[in-house]
Design a protein. Sequence first.
Length: 195
Amino acid sequence: MNGVSFLTDKGTEDLEDVSPRPNLFLSYHWDVQNKVQVLVQYLESHGYRCWTDVSNANKRHATSHSPNHENTPNQIQRNIKAAAAVVCCVTPKYICSENCTKDLSLAASMNKPVVPVMLQWLAWPPEGGRVRRILAPLHCIDMSNESLFRRNLSTVENHLKKFAGKQSPRDAHVVEQVRVAKNPRLVQQKSQQKA
């Protein structure tokens, strides 16, 4: 409940301003790591919380027996499950990657919205069995060159706003606690209901 007390100290902010923005899971191939970092910085500067393994020095396919290894299948599964949407950063190597295919398949099995962002040009929809079935019906945001990348950063953010209202039950509870704490009359009503 630390988040609630922190949020309630903000005073008279509108309820919309304290609603948590969704978590985003970014699925990508390491060939576009620098572009992914720029995309993450942009999205985080606009209030999104992003999960990606960019900050991890070990690539997914590296073997690690350390309990702190951040890219275990369980960690990836938990982060996809927690995400409101999955942003897949499409490149030719992404389409061929077994790990990226697993990310997309897991997102599809969890009914997570998938937002394809093309970071290197390829024909759309891409070839490749399961990946094609998942991506073919989706509109891809073209960011395949520097000009399109800069121009379409806001397009990605605007597209993700569609999922901003999708909160986990825990998030909805936090928003309700903030709403009640900001309105003394509601605090009194809630206390009377418990009595």
